[in-house]
Every structure is written in C-alpha cells, then in structure tokens.
Design a protein around this ligand. Sequence first.
Ligand SMILES: Nc1ncnc2c1ncn2[C@@H]1O[C@H](COP(=O)(O)OP(=O)(O)OP(=O)(O)O)[C@@H](O)[C@H]1O
Length: 268
Amino acid sequence: MSIPAPFVELRNVSFGYGERTILRDVSLQVPRGKVTALMGASGGGKTTVLRLIGGQERAQQGQVLVNGQDVGHMGAQQLYAMRRRMGMLFQFGALFTDMSVLDNVAFPLREHTKLPEDMVRDIVLMKLHAVGLRGARDLMPSQVSGGMARRVALARAIALDPELVMYDEPFAGLDPISLGTAARLIRTLNDALGLTSILVSHDVEETLHVADHVVILGAGGIAAQGTPDEVRQNPDPLVQQFIHARPQGPVPFHYPAPSLEQDFGGHA
Ligand SMILES: Nc1ncnc2c1ncn2[C@@H]1O[C@H](COP(=O)(O)OP(=O)(O)OP(=O)(O)O)[C@@H](O)[C@H]1O
C-alpha cells in the first residue's frame, strides 16, 4: 500500500519579517486526514507557518504545497479559491457580537455561496448540531460562555465543508473542562468529516493527546517531528524542555535585550 501524499508540505522553506529570519530551511508534512499539532516556544513561528499555508505570506525560499499546489506561485483568484476550502479559527475565534449564533455560522455561507436561505439554515443547524449547540441558535454571543463561543467559532470554521482546518490556539483562556471538550471536538470533527487539521496550541498534554502527528518548532527550524510518543521520547533538550514545560533549558526566558549594565549602569 502506498502512503498518501501529505495534504500540506513545506519544503526547505525560509521566511523572515524584514531582516529578521523566523524560519530557516524548514521542511514539514501535514498528513492527509490527520490532526497535526504545531507546537514550540512563543515567537517560534507557528502562526507564521499558518500564514504561509493560507497564502497571507509568501516563502522567501522553498515551497509551500497545499494539495500538491505551490501556494507561493498562486495568483489572487487561485488563492481565493484555495482559501475557500480552508477553515480557520484564530486566537479566541471572535464572533460578531451583533449577530446571533445562527447568523455567525451562516456568515461564510451567505458570503461565499448563493444558497437559498432555507438551505443555509439547514446547514447551519447541522454544523451547530455537530458542536452540540443546535439549541443555542438564537442566543447572542454575549449570552454564551467562553467555551460555547469557541464551539460556535468551530461550527463557523467548518460551515463551508473545508478540507483543511487550521486552529490557532483554540484553547486560549478556556477552563480545563471546556478545553477538554474543545480538544475532543477537534478530533471528532476531523474524523467524522474527513478533514485534515492543523492545531497550534501551548497546551502540551491535551494537544499530544488528540494529535496524530506532532511538529515542534524551535530556534528557526524543526526540533522534532513524529507521533506524540516519538516526540515525548525525543532526547533533544529543547524538545524535553518544551514537553515538560521547564523554565530552564535551551529556550531562553528573556527576549533579547541590551545587557543589564547597559540598561541600568549608566545612571550613576
Ligand atoms: N507582521 C509581522 N511583522 C514583523 N514581525 C512579526 C510579524 N508577525 C510576527 N512577527 C514576529 O515573528 C516571530 C514569530 O511570530 P509567530 O506569531 O509566527 O510566532 P508563534 O510561534 O505563533 O508565537 P506565539 O506562540 O507567541 O503566538 C515573533 O517574534 C513575532 O514578533
């Protein structure tokens, strides 16, 4: 049996903002139909990887392939078509506060399709049902809890039946129970809808628990890549520091700064 081609692949990608290199010769794979976790220290470039995949940024070197197509060489129309097949849920997955739950989930359908209203409503209720919130359709965002709001954002991200869903810190600010629910939901939806999912998260335990494939970014490159067990057993000090959330290790606590003498010494 041949291994299916990855749904997303970065091949020797380098990227920086201005003079500052963020990714150096990064190669990673997102297997089709799986949940891939993208982890690593803050500022390591996880969101940047999502932006390269979504075509909001272009690699300075190397290739970003989505379903075999190079995102870096797409024109505006091709990019638009590709993004329509991607669902995205960004940090805190902000809902439109002046729209009901139903209208929030309906928004991408009304924006991107010409489906009749009764069909939009049916699709929205199906998506809300999938996240357990069919009964909350008429509530306003101010009337739902943080965990529920995140599930509404999830329903909205899958409204257009995407092939790929990218979640950027979908658990931020959630209590442990809501976090567990959201994580399981990401797993369930991935399998039930035949999606490919990319999950950026700082919550090591919950994320290693739901992911099939893990990529850890560190110091401009890939520190580790493999199954959750392979990554847990990786002896690299940076990977171990990250997995065990240790304050001391190769990832520095301080953002690069002038020396203490320079900052505090010159006032005498
Ligand atoms: N538009 C931008 N212009 C300049 N620098 C940027 C821009 N976006 C991000 N950066 C810088 O690039 C680095 C990587 O950012 P990125 O958001 O990809 O990291 P991250 O791993 O997602 O971090 P976090 O886990 O804290 O969200 C950071 O140091 C950030 O300050």
